[in-house]
Design a protein around this ligand. Sequence first.
Ligand code: NDP
Length: 295
Amino acid sequence: MASHTGQSAVTVLGLGPMGRALAGAFLDAGLPITVWNRTPGKDQELVERGAIPAESPEAAVAASPLTVICVVNYDAADAIVRRGAVTDALKGRAVVNLTADTPDRARDTAAWAAEHGIGYLDGAIMTPTTTIGTPAGVFLHSGPEQLYQEHRPVLDALGGTHTHLGEEIGRAAAHDIALLDVFWTAMTGYAHALAVAKAEGISARELAPFAKGIGAILPPIFEQAAEEVDSGRFSGEGNPITSAVSSMAHIVHASEAHGIDAGVMRAAEGLARRAIGRGHGTDGFIRITEIMNPR
Ligand code: NDP
């Protein structure tokens, strides 16, 4: 990209909890930054710490060679940058979009950026605001390798680990979607477990240590499941899907006896029963991946 001698090294568009954390980490790293947010006032603490407040998004992006966007979704990002003055100001500069959305939205935004001469990297943040600026932060990136390397020093100021997943622009968002799937279905399972426990007179605090134990057995199971899915060989040794489905049915019956919605578990049980119906009863539970996506 062309070099610019703007006021700052990086501009942050979007000062929600995550945007503020990103901007704060840049300041901690000693980088001069420019900030802008749709609703005024959210930049106050950052400005007190040295951030330059911009009057408008076009002024904000014109201040730096690199703009980091972090807003609620791509509709919001589009509302900010896909407007004549802002798009014009971005020409010849680079954008790293750390907003979460779908892979298709990332591809669409990359096409828009290419059309307007804007360097574009897409990214995903996999950890909470408290990890930003610390070694615990996890950032995923996709897009042109050269552009990524060019802006890597600024991104590194955010701390944590940064992984470039490849040039295909949708890859960061695709990882984000898949990993958020793990997170939200796990959290839904935990919410349901707490509801059933409560109905049985067990407090959430009482269940929590045992729930953490369940969490701790998952990592090696994830590893084995990954091998099975990639190889297409699903070993049910020690825990065939016929046994898994019986345990799921107990959960459905116990929770529905208390009038608790068991929809999520019913869906999982249904997938397992379909696998058994197709002759895979001696396979392990993760065979349902192929029931969900036969391609
Ligand atoms: P939000 O997802 O609530 O995003 C808030 C930001 O979006 C604010 O700057 C808000 O501006 C802006 N915004 C919303 N609608 C519009 C709009 N129509 N036009 C312009 N700006 C708009 O909070 P976060 O900051 O926490 O999240 C930002 C991104 O980071 C999201 O994509 C989220 O998924 C991701 N993320 C967040 C994590 C977290 O722990 N918070 C963890 C990992 C990823 P305004 O102040 O004017 O409303």
